[in-house]
Design a protein around this ligand. Structure first.
Ligand SMILES: [Zn+2]
Length: 184
């Protein structure tokens, strides 16, 4: 006797029902599969690639003037009105005395305080490796600015104390990489 539903009718099934095939995304052909499941732990990881995007609203807050400066080919730092400590990487509050700092324009020429060559990097910068990062010291500033140095063939061409000059991307991305340095 056929099974009845709660409404008293016979259930109607489609035993050949099938989800529609999806024609986007990743199609993988011929993933080898062993008879002996114990070798599965030796299997190479399956790696897929797909587009991914998010819209992210980020406020630059009190750092906004620094990026407005870069967009206008100006390098801005901050200076404490009380103890005169000057930050080449701007801080809105003095780490020495706590006072609110003021914006000041930094010179666009400085010296290499130290440097490193990166042969590996985060996803955004990986394709640009190897690249050189320098900590730049400026007359009249007490802290350093981290930036990229280009225009040298290799790390052997970089020297501590060498003069470098700031350059700015013409199309500002509002990123710290809008400013970079070349030998002066
Ligand atoms: Zn201070």
């Amino acid at each position: 006797m056929a099974k009845k539903t709660s409404s008293g009718k016979s259930p109607r099934y489609d035993r050949n029902a099938k989800l529609e095939e999806v024609m986007t995304g990743t199609t993988v052909f011929n993933v080898p599969f062993p008879k002996d499941l114990s070798v599965l732990k030796e299997m190479s990881p399956i790696v897929v690639k797909y587009p991914y995007s998010v819209e992210y609203i980020h406020s630059y807050g009190q750092d906004s003037p620094f990026f407005a400066g870069l967009a206008n080919k100006k390098l801005l730092g901050t200076r404490c009105p009380r103890c005169k400590y000057t930050y080449a990487t701007p801080r809105l509050a003095c780490t020495h005395c706590g006072a609110e700092t003021d914006w000041v324009e930094l010179p666009q020429q400085g010296r290499v305080h130290t440097f490193t060559t990166c042969y590996f990097g985060s996803e955004e910068f990986l394709k640009e490796t190897p690249f050189h990062l320098v900590l730049v010291e400026f007359d009249g500033a007490d802290t350093l600015l981290l930036a990229r140095l280009i225009g040298v063939a290799g790390p052997e061409d970089i020297e501590i104390g060498m003069k470098v000059r700031a350059k700015f991307r013409r199309n500002s991305q509002f990123k710290p990489t809008d400013v970079y340095f070349v030998p002066a």
